[in-house]
Design a protein around this ligand. Sequence first.
Ligand SMILES: *[C@@H]1O[C@H](CO)[C@@H](O)[C@H](O)[C@H]1NC(C)=O
Ligand SMILES: *[C@@H]1O[C@H](CO)[C@@H](O)[C@H](O)[C@H]1NC(C)=O
Ligand SMILES: *[C@@H]1O[C@H](CO)[C@@H](O)[C@H](O)[C@H]1NC(C)=O
Ligand SMILES: *[C@@H]1O[C@H](CO)[C@@H](O)[C@H](O)[C@H]1NC(C)=O
Ligand SMILES: *[C@@H]1O[C@H](CO)[C@@H](O)[C@H](O)[C@H]1NC(C)=O
Ligand SMILES: *[C@@H]1O[C@H](CO)[C@@H](O)[C@H](O)[C@H]1NC(C)=O
Ligand SMILES: *[C@@H]1O[C@H](CO)[C@@H](O)[C@H](O)[C@H]1NC(C)=O
Ligand SMILES: [Cu+2]
Length: 529
Amino acid sequence: MLSMNVNIAVCVFVIAMVSPLLVSAQFPRVCATFESIVSHECCPLLGGTGSPCGEAEGRGSCVDITIDDLPHGQQYVLVGIDDRERWPERFFNRSCVCNGNFGGFDCSGCKPGWQGDNCLTRRPPAIRQNIMNMTQEDREFFLDVLDRSKTAVHPDYVVAQDHYRNLIPENTTEPNFVNITIYDLFVWVHYYSVRDTLLGPGQAYTAIDFSHEGPAFLTWHRMHLLGLENDLQVLSGDPTFALPYWDFAIGGSECDVCTDEIVGGQNPEDQTLLGPNSRFADWEVVCLSLDWFNDNIKLCNGTYEGPIRRNPGGNIDRPAVQSLPEPADVANCLQVEEYDTFPFFSDSDSSFRNALEGYSEPSGEFDEGVRTLHNLAHLFLNGTGGMTHASANDPIFVLIHTFTDAIFEEWMKRSNATAADYPEEDAPIGHNLDFNMVPFFPPITNRDMFIPSDQLGYSYAVDLPESLANEDAPLFIWAIVGVSGFVILATLVIVLVNTVKRHRQRVRDESLYQNLVAEDSNKGIHYTA
Ligand SMILES: *[C@@H]1O[C@H](CO)[C@@H](O)[C@H](O)[C@H]1NC(C)=O
Ligand SMILES: *[C@@H]1O[C@H](CO)[C@@H](O)[C@H](O)[C@H]1NC(C)=O
Ligand SMILES: *[C@@H]1O[C@H](CO)[C@@H](O)[C@H](O)[C@H]1NC(C)=O
Ligand SMILES: *[C@@H]1O[C@H](CO)[C@@H](O)[C@H](O)[C@H]1NC(C)=O
Ligand SMILES: *[C@@H]1O[C@H](CO)[C@@H](O)[C@H](O)[C@H]1NC(C)=O
Ligand SMILES: *[C@@H]1O[C@H](CO)[C@@H](O)[C@H](O)[C@H]1NC(C)=O
Ligand SMILES: *[C@@H]1O[C@H](CO)[C@@H](O)[C@H](O)[C@H]1NC(C)=O
Ligand SMILES: [Cu+2]
């Protein structure tokens, strides 16, 4: 590889009132060029003077990207194979770091929560509300903007449609990037973070997930939502635009937001489809064909692949996911003291993150096979929204995750959380405190998202149940944890040894990662969310 230090082609920047900042990956269009890829540098020239990252105006500078070198957990056993390892080094090793409150991939805007020419003014916070509580006018505004984002081409970002080895096809100077719409980018980014490692036909490595089954679950989805919220603020021209949430912890088998006025009711002709009068009835899904991507060593290219499927509470084969979480489940998970516990995975016990993600009882007690809170809300949908790699296609995903994030925020407040509560090492790949979250660009770490939301420019209008105090539990619980910790550890070691052996060859059937559906069903597709 030749090493050229080429700066990116000339580009015109408008410093918008609402700045396109925290916008998520994959890469800025201005850096999706042959020169930029070859030089591994994404430091766009800014303004009339044309200095990288607006250095001449004191906005930022072009620096080497810091990569987390601490060890990760043993779930992922390959080295140097997956292009998401050491993100984003395989693509870029230099990017803009902005000074003060300046922000964005080129430092042309402000960090979230700030505004003004010099980003010295606090922006009024975006207040995320219960969608059931919004005025009809506000709700229509939200739904209209969301609907427009499904067809509006993303102003700044493009996505790769091929494996990094074929990013620049042989004998060409045209990298394999394509335009994508704002909402489809949101879906793509989620798919990309959970997709399998591409090793060749029939060989996909599935024991990898950069955004679920680990401590980054909450920080990653927080960033994911911020990116969409920011894009919709730009699209709507309203800098205080906020994503609403769905309080899914209402128990019962009724989906109160599943009406044609909100996220779509049921189609009377086919109950797995959305009502014909819903604006989402004609949305088509992207990134569904995981097997095709794996077999062809290709990435999702944004092609439409049919309608959203949803049949709330309709999974008759699995009664456990036919009703929604209960209000008490929220109160219970908020009582779990530790943010996360070793092995920082989907079998973590007494882990707030694992309880809220929904792989343990809300109390934190690990119990193989239970699906609660966030996972249960997804599985309840019995369709697109219940398949991890495709779940973001259903707009209800946004509302499920804002509520999940509201609970996370509440937990951080109640426990005065600091970065010291988040594991620095030994979490699954992608989940360490200082790992750059995949595939966001410019680089942003889990640490960057493990802070109070008002510092990120938004807050929640929400009233979550107080903890159900249970003063004499701790000693007893610790005794159980001590004993079962041993058992779990021993089991884990055995499982790991076996899995590593299996994974050396062909891993698609027996993923260490959890499937949410019953054991006998479609292996290879993860039904988490
Ligand atoms: C960044 O990538 C370029 C191009 O591959 C390479 O020449 C350079 O040594 C790398 N720099 C660092 C700091 O890794
Ligand atoms: C690229 O060019 C070389 C030399 O002309 C040729 O041998 C090779 O077949 C070309 N590869 C492709 C994929 O066209
Ligand atoms: C991609 O979108 C940009 C911005 O809308 C546009 O200028 C460009 O022509 C588009 N490229 C393709 C290949 O459609
Ligand atoms: C894009 O992806 C679809 C599957 O989603 C596939 O059928 C199609 O061939 C792909 N197009 C290209 C150009 O790779
Ligand atoms: C939906 O429920 C049906 C009936 O129980 C089940 O066969 C199917 O696998 C479920 N689909 C999804 C995507 O969960
Ligand atoms: C958090 O900080 C507040 C104010 O300093 C204090 O009153 C409260 O006890 C702390 N809570 C915890 C769980 O440490
Ligand atoms: C919903 O609205 C009612 C009445 O306006 C208000 O009292 C209540 O606090 C709101 N609930 C939430 C969660 O915002
Ligand atoms: Cu997710």
